[in-house]
Design a protein around this ligand. Sequence first.
Ligand SMILES: C[S@@+](CC[C@H](N)C(=O)[O-])C[C@H]1O[C@@H](n2cnc3c(N)ncnc32)[C@H](O)[C@@H]1O
Length: 209
Amino acid sequence: MSDRQTDALGRLWPAYGLDVPDGPVVPVDLADLFGRRAPVVLEIGSGMGDSTAAMAAADPDRDYLAVEVHTPGIANLLDLVERGGLRNVRVAEGDALSLVKGLPQGVLDAVHIFFPDPWPKTRHHKRRIIQPAHVALLRSRLRPGGTLHCATDWAEYAESMRETLEADPGLVDTYGGFAPRPAHRPVTKFERRAITAGRPVADLIYRRR
Ligand SMILES: C[S@@+](CC[C@H](N)C(=O)[O-])C[C@H]1O[C@@H](n2cnc3c(N)ncnc32)[C@H](O)[C@@H]1O
């Protein structure tokens, strides 16, 4: 981590951080975490936090909870939060699915999963975040009408995501297949790399029934 990230983590973690322990599920009270009752967006695998910080800054009436396992990314997001004077961001460190299990049903306004690890080898597909049981879990935490927004530059994963999301009985496709790229999703390093390499990026936006 850079000195700046180490400093940001040390100073800001107590106010903005949420530890997600391994082991038994710990209930999370979102109103308590954010100090207010507002619609909450969960961003899974926030990376360096660029999307979270930009979207939270542009959307102050919603709260953004980012979850990551990569500590330098968490520290970078905390630094962005401070520099942007953002009050509507909290950062969870740990496994996204453990965090989600600790949330009450129907509590999220949206779930964002941007460029999740593609796990390209067939024998590793079971590690993918988008698979039927995980989608059912995520959907259960969305409010009716709440959105699940995924983006990927991995064509085979995009198709697998579409099939998985289509097959979930509690989700409705907003765009009849792949969605047009929404302007509100910031371009991150992963997307720039994909564009340079000539890999098209797919957005999938589904709603809970
Ligand atoms: C390919 S990166 C994309 C980062 C970011 N969304 C972006 O678009 O720049 C995938 C991220 O998911 C995180 N991740 C992987 N498994 C995770 C898990 N179980 N819980 C939380 N984050 C996870 C990784 O640490 C990594 O930062």
